[in-house]
Design a protein around this ligand. Sequence first.
Ligand SMILES: Nc1ncnc2c1ncn2[C@@H]1O[C@H](COP(=O)(O)OP(=O)(O)OP(=O)(O)O)[C@@H](O)[C@H]1O
Length: 445
Amino acid sequence: MPPSPASILILDDDDDVACAAQLLLRRRHARVATLGDPAQLDARLAASRPDVVLLDLNFTPGRIDGLEGLAVLARLRALPRPPAVIALTAYADVPLAVEAIKRGALDFITKPWDNDRLVAAVDGAVARQAAAPAAGDGSPLMGDSSPMHALRSMIAAVAPTEANVMVLGENGVGKELVARAIHAASRRAPATFLAVDMGALPEATFESELFGHRKGSFTDARSDRAGRFQAARGGTLFLDEIGNMPLGAQAKLLTALERREVTPLGADRAEGLDVRVVSATNLDEARLFDPSVFRPDLLFRLNTIVLRVPPLRERQEDIPQLLHHYLSLYESQYGRPVRELAPHTQERLCAWSWPGNVRALRHACERAAILAPGLEYHFEDFGLATPATATVAAPAEPEDFRLGARERDTIAAALDKAKGNISMAARMLGLSRAALYRKMEKHGL
Ligand SMILES: Nc1ncnc2c1ncn2[C@@H]1O[C@H](COP(=O)(O)OP(=O)(O)OP(=O)(O)O)[C@@H](O)[C@H]1O
């Protein structure tokens, strides 16, 4: 696979550690830089903005309170487009890692790290940053259509309860935003909201990732490590892409939810669970209810309440508000002039099928805000591909369009084979999820 174009910054005062991480990550990402002194961070940020920052929480040797790292984290989070931050701590200090996550870090790694785990965490952060730039950025759940009003009423009703909620909907409809809204309106709001892409967790390390492990419990377990269930204690654990979990992993998750306790690998005692579970999938319901795909007993545990987020094409009334919100957001973010939509542009954008839903609309607005040359926005500024039907039926294309058509067909075939499972299709195509999303948008899939 060619290296990703993502920019990664490793902030660690220990040259050996920073260099080891740089060498490891350079195999997969083209731009990996290191910085040993946080005092130089502002100058570095003025020169270039990283997508992901690996942040050591303790700079001064001997310090273990993490306050220096948390201060840098706050500076990074205050940037207009904050990078995804993975906290690094040399001490198996779960409270500190949890504090970092509460304050906006996406993930944490304890040193000395396991190479596969570090690579997976950075890949996940890169994918997340590219695919869902708004998740958690404070964009509210917008839309005045009646399905969105109904959805907000359901969120208000279920949020104060402890019921497990399952959010269903196509890619990019706003399932994570719904999960965040439930958390924000619940009594758990002051605690952590932690999202885990269940489709991306390797089956071999599934238990250690979710439930944690004790030092020495397997060859690479060089220190105690908290799992996602412990890190989200008191808060909400958002299990995203649950439809992509292998059956073996489903059984392990079921046991934890049934017993309301988890046992870290190598531990002799179970720990009680204190998380509210919200899950999501883009699987259609026929597949979700197919026992060869998803265990009915696990489904029963997870879907006490089901919330369905309709695709954007079924709530066209929401489109003008979303266009206005995201165009204004990107105009101010990129210092671009405030512009209106040219006549008929809104109608054409509302009639668009938006196969990538709100995520695609958001990206289209970002593109238009940056690239539109005129005093008004025209449909062409949004970079939308020809409608899918027209592209499929298109006869022989001129030479330079053939590659694109072939790419589109290959992606469509992979999506078909993976039955819409994005993580699986991305694996089949040798792409990251983020890259696949971008290509789907480009081809109007
Ligand atoms: N109703 C909405 N109002 C404002 N922004 C929205 C809305 N729905 C989605 N978005 C934006 O669209 C993007 C995708 O949303 P989100 O990640 O919640 O979708 P998802 O359904 O979880 O996607 P996936 O299936 O790929 O995991 C985010 O940038 C989010 O902020």
